[in-house]
Design a protein around this ligand. Sequence first.
Ligand code: HEM
Length: 516
Amino acid sequence: MRALNIAMGALLLFLLSVAISVFWLLPLKVKLRLKRNGLRGPPPLFPLGNLLEISKRLKETSASSLNSVTHDIHSIVFPYFALWRKTYGKVFIYWLGTEPFLYVADPEFLKQVTSGCLGNKWGKPNVFKRDRKPMFGNGLLMVEGEGWSHHRNVIAPAFSMTNLNAMINMMMETTSKMLQQWDHSISMGKNEIDIERDITINAAKIIANVTFGISNEEGRNVFQKLQALQAILFKSNPLIGVPFCKFLNPKRTKEAKKLGGEIDHLLLKIIESRTREEDDANVNTHNDLLGLLLASNQESAKVERKLTSRELVDECKTFFFGGHETTSLALTWSLFLLAQYPQWQKALREEIMEVSKGEPLDSTMLPKLTKMEWIFNEVIRLYSPAPNSQRQAREDITVGNIHIPKGTNMWVDVVGMHHDRSLWGDDVNEFRPERFEGNLHGGCKHRMGFLPFGFGGRICIGRNLTITEYKIVLSHILCKFSMAVSPAYTHSPRIMLSLRPSHGVQLILGRIEESN
Ligand code: HEM
């Protein structure tokens, strides 16, 4: 018995020393190396890093609700960064648990440490990969190195404009159903609608249809489970970076894992039956992304290896989670801003009329909606659905006198850059879509200061899909309804993985013939 106790004690001691060296000594070494570079930051506390201060600042901001609508939102959504920037500037080190993060809101610094072949030295932070595994698995958003180039080569053709144009009718039909419900609601005397909820459901249906189709029972089943998984993983993990944090919320971890497993199983069944169908018929019988991916996979098999069914499952999940919330938020914030600026509603209606001449929009008309594109860009500048990008150094990186040790994470504060007066000028926090007239970067003084879709080779693959969907859905809504902000609306943008309105977006809708 005594010998057993001694053995157990020795084992515990061994595990403790491994934990200390992995979770404390190694990060400490990174900290000292970064400090030698002159990179400072708020002092971390083992094992939480700066999480206590982050949570304190967030509580303070959520307690103080905004009385008026301001687009100056950086200090609202990232109050801790806004504070630290005052002391440490636009590049500093902070800690999520025992993970060191290089905070970057300086586009020139970002360019220097990521451009050219340096881009390949950055991967995606392991700490987020683990947390978001049930959503993205090893799909395009997370895969690295040669695997990433292979996935990207197979996937890119599926997102060609020709393929996306074939999806326009489906987008219109799905949206029409939402608009019929709004119309019915107005008939019943209820003209205040939380458009965030409806737009999100509409976007989820569109992306699920675009990806694997939900007209049959199997597709609908996957869709429902994906939505349930989304609800569980909706909030960012407040203890991210703290060793063993997933064991602190075993219920969430278990539920997410169970649903993730069920979704994988259902998607695998769809993929396998599609592969069989296509082998039999020798043609691609589906023109959704999965069908296009399977066709492109056949082509790629002639030169490289095929993506496995398991990898295809992860891609379907990545499209769903990466594609619907971002697009729905771009639309939601747009409707909110258009409700605030009726002159832009009018300008867009006139543009739609001029381009379509009253006919349903088709693929040749969409590129002519240029003012709508300015609005899109201005909205995702002010309320960037993807508020940050993250990387992790896979090797030591040296540029001039900057040395970034292997393992350091990087957090690019996109909201910070999009609201930086020194990059955009004094009107930085004003809604001025015309800044994008004939100017892809909206007049930003640095090309890397406007990053709604990320940067480098890993720029968003779905941006053409988004802009197509955005134009179709927004035009459809604007032709049928006018909108004004309801007194029930509280302006409270927050980061919940994406940049969201925390209490929905309540708008007062009017039928367009009534309001004109
Ligand atoms: C307004 C809409 C969207 C926004 C703001 C957005 C934003 C982004 C950003 C910032 C990245 C880079 C992430 C990083 O650097 O770590 C990204 C990558 C990605 N996005 Fe989007 N996205 C949008 C729509 C979509 C759609 C509709 C899809 C697909 C259906 C999609 C699929 C992806 C994928 C697969 C990647 C990974 C690309 C790679 O690493 O090669 N996104 N997106």
